[in-house]
Design a protein around this ligand. Structure first.
Ligand code: ZN
Length: 446
């Protein structure tokens, strides 16, 4: 209603020529605004994509301050399990972003965030001295027309840079189509269409062919433990769980610090970056080749050992061990990283860690440096709250600004004294973490 009145007032003050010029300009601005809204919201899946996956495998190489992408191969996979409604991720999560643009109009038609092991290696002392490469892989819906694939990376100053861009013709006969569907997929719980659910795929690591029943029993146990935890218990109907029966030659996994090496299907190992409990794998090709036999949004690798450990990288993979007394706690903690890009809320007393730049606001939702606290849980705080809030029995379960999070005891803060992202001693995610997970689960179920 306001717009026409203003126009009529302006008309009285201008001659016709000036008015037409202004009207043209306003129309152009309106069109641009609508175009941007269209770009953000109205991408029709069927116009741009087939119900299949385009998998892009590449090598990510560099040092602590440099990075480059070397393409390896494109593969067409049978399934697409992501949302068909939300094609452009609403989340500013992860160190990298894969973006698909229509080659003709240059319009963004798909984007998603993720993180990688390479990025963690870049923070290690070794990265200052030598170059290294990591195998990586991203999935996007299979395009119907020519598209441009872009990989963007955010640096320590939180500036995005394009590190890879290439035009892809979906008709290119070098896009590999052969797939080996030699592994059976067991449906542990399938409640909804893959496009309207979070699809978790469990892959066994270090389970022999005779231990497949144990694997299914372990997955079933972890499924039950997931649905004991909020908010997962409220989203049971929009979470699908499947398990691939992919046996290893030997039981267990590699423990380099103890000279133990096992022949396993995903080549996982403890002692990642010399941290005994940090269990990961660099064999992304093996993971993705196995995962391609099923629908999946999240890969959970279950490692057949009693040893304490795990790891997770956002939208990349999650890992935990099967038979430790803390298995259930580690399982959900790691999923907080892999699914919702939650930061670790624990910290070390020596305060030597410089993982987070304290002059910038961390991008993860559950920690703050107070640099831009408005973006975080500030609006949930009671009036006249002491900052930092004292961690004491009196304040247990009370929202505040508790110092110590993100591996450092000074200058990085968390919202609650206890949370699953802080320790194994609590069974619940804090309110801030829970809300973040809810946003992600809602994104998958629509
Ligand atoms: Zn938390």
């Amino acid at each position: 209603m306001i717009f026409p009145i203003r126009i009529s007032k302006l008309m009285k003050q201008m001659n016709l020529k000036e008015f037409i010029k202004l009207r043209t300009l306003l129309l152009l601005i309106t069109c641009l605004i609508s175009f941007n809204q269209l770009e953000a919201q109205n991408i029709i899946f069927e116009e741009h994509f087939e119900e299949a996956t385009l998998r892009f495998d590449y090598h990510h190489a560099g040092t602590d301050t440099s990075e480059v992408i070397y393409p390896e191969e494109y593969i067409k996979e049978r399934y697409w399990s992501g949302s068909k409604k939300h094609l452009i991720s609403p989340f500013d999560y992860g160190k990298y972003k894969v973006v698909i643009k229509d080659a003709e109009t240059k319009t963004t038609i798909y984007s998603n965030g993720y993180s990688t092991l390479f990025m963690e290696w870049q923070t290690m002392p070794e990265a200052k001295k030598k170059k290294r490469s990591y195998y990586e892989s991203v999935n996007v819906p299979f395009p119907k027309n020519k598209v441009i694939i872009e990989i963007n990376s955010i640096d320590k100053s939180q500036k995005w840079t394009n590190i890879y861009s290439e035009e892809i013709d979906p008709a290119d006969y070098f896009i590999k189509k052969e797939r080996e569907f030699k592994y059976k997929v067991e449906e542990i719980q399938v409640n909804k269409s893959p496009n309207k659910a979070l699809d978790i795929l469990f892959i066994p690591e270090g389970y022999t062919v005779n231990e497949m029943d144990k694997f299914i029993a372990d997955v079933t146990r972890l499924k039950s433990s997931l649905f004991k935890v909020s908010p997962f218990n409220k989203f049971k109907k929009s979470i699908n769980i499947r398990a691939v029966l992919a046996p290893s030659e030997e039981s267990g996994t590699d423990i380099p610090g103890q000279g133990i090496w096992k022949k396993t299907i995903l080549n996982t190992n403890f002692y990642t970056f010399n941290s005994e409990r940090y269990l990961t794998t660099k064999d992304i090709k093996a993971i993705k080749d196995i995962a391609g036999v099923s629908y999946y949004d999240q890969i959970y690798i279950l490692v057949n050992t009693e040893k304490y450990g795990g790891g997770a990288i956002y939208n990349f993979y999650n890992l935990c061990t099967s038979d430790n007394k803390f298995t259930e706690e580690v399982f959900t903690h790691e999923f907080g990283h892999g699914l919702a890009w939650l930061a670790d809320e624990y910290y070390y007393d020596d305060d030597m860690s410089s993982f987070y730049d304290k002059t910038l606001e961390p991008r993860e939702e559950n920690i703050t440096t107070l640099v831009n606290f408005d973006k975080k849980w500030k609006n949930k705080l009671p009036k006249k709250l002491e900052i930092p809030t004292t961690a004491s029995p009196k304040n247990i379960n009370k929202i505040g600004v508790y110092e110590g999070a993100g591996y450092t005891s000074k200058g990085v803060y968390r919202a609650f004294q206890e949370c699953k992202m802080k320790s194994n001693s609590t069974k619940e995610f804090c309110e801030v973490c829970e809300e973040t997970i809810i946003k992600v689960l809602e994104y998958y179920r629509e």
